[in-house]
Design a protein around this ligand. Structure first.
Ligand code: ADP
Ligand code: MG
Length: 258
């Protein structure tokens, strides 16, 4: 939990996000402590992906303030365009990695190049160093032997493990997962969850995970937030949320998915 000595690494303060006339987040407040592993659960369309996309600076917002690893930016005036400079946005983005439901690997690059490219281009890392690091990460996700393959030659589970290695190559302080196993055949879910489980043991890494894998959420999260209609309706330790949910909406949701 956050306190005065350990300021949160992520903080949404009164963030309002609209798409046209649809208000997805209305004065949204949410903070995550450094190293904390937080899972967002909730019905489809409740705004979970929007929260992650704002953190990744993929979406501007209309009002409020976002702070990430000590860098803040404000949005005001309802225009829905980024007010921060590109440099400022990059400062924020460099702290965050994101893994999407649909892997999003570069199809024309080998596995190794997929992992090497961003550290070389964005961080200016020497190619040899980036390759050594990429191989280490590919070993960690169990895919070093596939380094010269192209994404199309891999299973969905393997592609997602490459996507995780690629996100880690940027040495993010915050790692975001948006339904990382939802697009996978059931028999491939386990291998991806194993990699995420290993990362959840990394003390320094802050993780924000959106998933429908409730058993997994219970196992790896420090905190579970039940999200409904753009608000955190209820949050707490996994034992509390899954074991004795207080809000009717949480109970209804859990009984529909468990
Ligand atoms: P979740 O991830 O919880 O399913 P989302 O954050 O994707 O929810 O979506 C929240 C709401 O915002 C939904 O009503 C969705 O239709 C809407 N929305 C999301 N992205 C866009 C967009 N680019 N344009 C318009 N509406 C959007
Ligand atoms: Mg979503």
């Amino acid at each position: 939990m956050t306190d005065n000595i350990h300021p949160p690494i992520i903080e949404f303060s009164d963030v309002t996000k609209r798409f046209g006339i649809l208000t997805v987040l209305d004065h949204f407040n949410f903070s995550v402590a450094k190293g904390e592993k937080v899972t967002l659960i909730g019905p489809s369309g409740s705004g979970k992906s929007t929260v992650l996309r704002i953190l990744m600076t993929l979406e501007p917002f209309q009002d409020g303030k976002l702070t990430l690893a000590g860098t803040s930016y404000h949005e005001q005036g309802g225009k829905g365009r980024f007010h921060a400079s590109e440099k400022h946005l990059r400062q924020i983005r460099n702290h965050v990695g994101m893994v999407f439901q649909s892997f999003n690997l570069f199809p024309h690059m080998t596995v190794l190049r997929n992992v090497v490219e961003a550290p070389v281009r964005v961080l200016g890392m020497a190619r040899a160093e980036a390759e050594a690091r990429a191989l280490e990460l590919l070993r960690m996700v169990g895919l070093a032997d596939k380094k010269d393959h192209y994404p199309v030659q891999l299973s969905g589970g393997q592609q997602q493990r490459v996507a995780i290695a690629r996100a880690l190559a940027m040495r993010p302080r915050v790692l975001l997962f948006d339904e990382p196993t939802s697009a996978l055949d059931p028999q491939l879910v386990g291998e991806v969850l194993s990699v995420i489980r290993a990362l959840a043991h990394e003390h320094e890494l802050t993780m924000l995970l959106v998933t429908h894998e409730m058993r997994f959420a219970r196992e790896v999260s420090d905190r579970v937030c039940f999200f409904d209609k753009g608000r955190i309706c209820e949050q707490g330790a996994p034992e509390q949320i899954f074991g004795s949910p207080q809000a009717d909406r949480t109970r209804e949701f859990l009984s529909s998915v468990l």
